[in-house]
Design a binder for this molecule. Structure first.
Ligand code: NAD
Length: 332
């Protein structure tokens, strides 16, 4: 397996019986990595409208007899219900990736987040599917006062519509799990980086530098500090958690122990791109944008107690990704 080579030990033990996975958002940045791994011994259907996902992220899966792809929208409920038939486990990864866009249009995250999640859960109920894993975010904590922030922190007061829709989706999942005896895994991700990223700070910096090498404009004052996890490690963590946890609702932060500032990331990008003369300019505000959480330090010890810890620090995850994206995005 790929992660054996990268990280030494493979955490994921294949379940005794193969599963039929249904993956929403499976053509996305994270979805593509997950689906490649799930296909090792299981069958997988990806349901994705390709709004931000790309079919080429699944090219290694195409043609395999245990893989199928459905191009459709989660808001098309009758299609969703029909396509989910016969599956026994849902990975719900789809979401609006553009947190900034939600600011100007709050309905976006209501529909692409909360309503889409409700449709997934209803389709599960009608198809008698009883297991769901969900990609939530550390942004659900809003601006916590406890660091590192544990899963049982409260009160939860999200400051973006994106995070509000994630928290609403989490609540719907726990209610469905309770009422219908399902099992669920809710993962609150730190920032995820790695090959094939199509958004996020590293991607943005490289795209900006492709257009202007003289100056790099950073949103905010550069002091925003967050935890970064390499995508392959995230997949390890989720697969490990699904196999290792036994509760009805299993809730985990997934993060590295440390964090790194936006300023440091900008400096890494310039160094790896060989740009010693580029000036870094800051918009100067405390936040990059109104829903931007400026400090993230998550307590991932729940997963640690079960036996999983991130091996790469935030800096290592960022450095590795910068090298990969400079190549992928054809920075010359
Ligand atoms: P992504 O945009 O690459 O993937 C989302 C996928 O969902 C895309 O393939 C898109 O086409 C699909 N999609 C969106 N709306 C849809 C709809 N209505 N119907 C069907 N498909 C739809 O984003 P990603 O970075 O891979 O994120 C995956 C999940 O992880 C998301 O739920 C995201 O909120 C969550 N997450 C990501 C990060 C991160 O740093 N990347 C951090 C925290 C949480």
């Amino acid at each position: 397996m790929k992660n054996k080579k990268i990280f030494g030990k493979n955490f994921y033990q294949k379940p005794a019986s193969a599963k039929k996975f249904f993956v929403t958002g499976g053509a996305g940045f994270i979805g593509g990595h997950l689906v490649e791994r799930l296909l090792e011994g299981n069958s997988v259907t990806v349901y994705d409208n390709l709004s931000s996902g790309r079919k080429e992220f699944l090219e290694k899966c195409d043609g395999k007899k245990n893989f199928s792809f459905v191009k459709a929208d989660l808001l098309d409920f009758s299609r969703l219900q029909q396509e989910m038939k016969g599956h026994d486990f849902v990975w719900h990864l789809s979401a609006n990736p553009d947190i900034l866009a939600g600011m100007g249009n709050p309905e976006l995250d209501l529909k692409q987040g909360t309503i889409a999640s409700f449709n997934v859960l209803e389709a599960m109920r009608l198809n008698n599917v009883k297991q769901i894993a969900f990609s939530s975010t550390s942004a659900v904590y809003g601006e916590p006062t406890v660091f590192p922030t544990p899963e049982n922190y409260g009160p939860m007061q999200p400051i973006s519509f994106y995070a509000a829709s994630k928290l609403a989706s989490e609540a719907l999942i726990t209610a469905y799990a309770h009422n219908f005896g399902w099992r669920s895994w809710i993962f609150r991700f730190a920032n995820i980086v790695g090959r094939r990223a199509t958004h996020g700070v590293i991607f943005d910096f490289i795209e900006k530098l492709k257009k202007n090498r003289d100056e790099l404009l950073v949103l905010g004052n550069g002091k925003q500090k967050k935890s970064y996890v390499y995508a392959d490690e995230l997949i390890d963590a989720m697969l490990f958690a699904v196999e290792s946890s036994r509760e009805q609702v299993n809730l985990f932060n997934i993060a590295s122990k440390d964090n790194i500032s936006v300023k440091e990331i900008a400096e890494i990008v310039l160094k790896k791109a060989g740009l010693s003369k580029t000036k870094i300019k800051y918009t100067g505000t405390e936040r990059g944008w109104p829903g931007d959480v400026t400090f993230m330090n998550l307590d991932a010890s729940q997963l640690g107690k079960l036996g999983w810890n991130a091996r790469l620090s935030s800096r290592q995850a960022v450095e590795r990704t910068v090298v990969e994206l400079l190549k992928e995005l054809d920075f010359k």
